[in-house]
Ligand binder design. Structure first.
Ligand code: PGA
Length: 253
């Protein structure tokens, strides 16, 4: 198992040409490193193109969402088997933008997580509190509620394939990351939650930090105990900034 996962969440950015350029630049620089895994998650429509270019590279491929049913009358949705056909390993679920703009509930996220594990792919489950919730002292209550429901259907035998991304909503895309103390406290709390529920498997579950992670703060944040990598939005859209974070992880590993 690698020590760090450095994951790019491209969100609704990059057209086909931009995807080709970015993927080519990243795959040219990613090395076979046992300690650090690089992952990119382009928009659905550019997954086939990215998959082709990444075939013999050391960069992993992921999606930003999926539906839990395998096929059928679900207009506009994409199933896990459709994604799996493109050598994809990871699927992000429960991102705060999907929770906020598309009304995704924890019950729906639980079904997606169950289905992804059953298909032997790796879900990256995003959790995190809003600023109001943090200011009201409810951070851990919110995280517990999200984890309790989101993990309620997970196959315990596959649980170590799961990745958790702690993403305080107020830190996403704002340029203001959580402080080192806030990151340390939240990641420790999540690790303890996993230990209480999954015993020895808990140590194998990666916990990523997300929210304005960039090349300037990566060294400090990735060095915090229980931080096993990053889920990176804005800074993953330019190869130069994403590679700086990746190389920082290599230095630290
Ligand atoms: P950001 O996004 O790095 O632009 O803050 C992170 C995310 O939403 O996953």
């Amino acid at each position: 198992m690698s020590k760090y996962l450095i994951a790019g969440n491209w969100k609704m950015n990059t057209n086909a040409d931009e995807t080709r350029k970015l993927v080519s630049e990243l795959s040219a620089s990613a090395s076979k490193n046992q300690e650090v895994e690089m992952l990119v998650c382009p928009p659905f429509i550019n997954i086939p193109g990215a998959s082709e270019l990444l075939k013999d590279s050391f960069v992993s491929l992921g999606a930003q969402n999926c539906y839990f049913e395998e096929k059928g009358a679900f207009t506009g949705e994409i199933s896990i088997p459709m994604l799996k056909a493109f050598n994809l390993e990871y699927i992000i679920i429960g991102h705060s933008e999907r929770r906020a703009y598309f009304n995704e509930s924890d019950d729906l996220i639980a079904k997606k997580l169950e289905a992804i594990l059953n298909h032997n792919l790796k879900p990256i489950l995003c959790i995190g509190e809003t600023l109001e919730e943090r200011n009201a002292g409810k951070t851990f209550e919110v995280l517990k509620n999200q984890l309790d429901i989101d993990l309620s259907k997970a196959d315990l035998l596959k649980i170590s394939d799961m990745v958790i991304a702690y993403e305080p909503v107020w830190a996403i895309g704002t340029g203001v990351s959580a402080t080192n103390e806030q990151v340390a406290e939240a990641h420790k709390w999540i690790r303890e939650y996993l230990e209480n529920n999954y015993k020895t498997e808990a140590a194998k579950i990666k916990i990523l930090y997300g929210g304005s992670l960039n090349h300037a703060n990566a060294k400090e944040i990735l060095a915090i105990p229980n931080v096993d990598g990053g889920l990176i939005g804005g800074a993953s859209l330019k190869s130069e900034s994403f590679l700086k974070i990746y190389n920082t992880a290599i230095e630290l590993s």
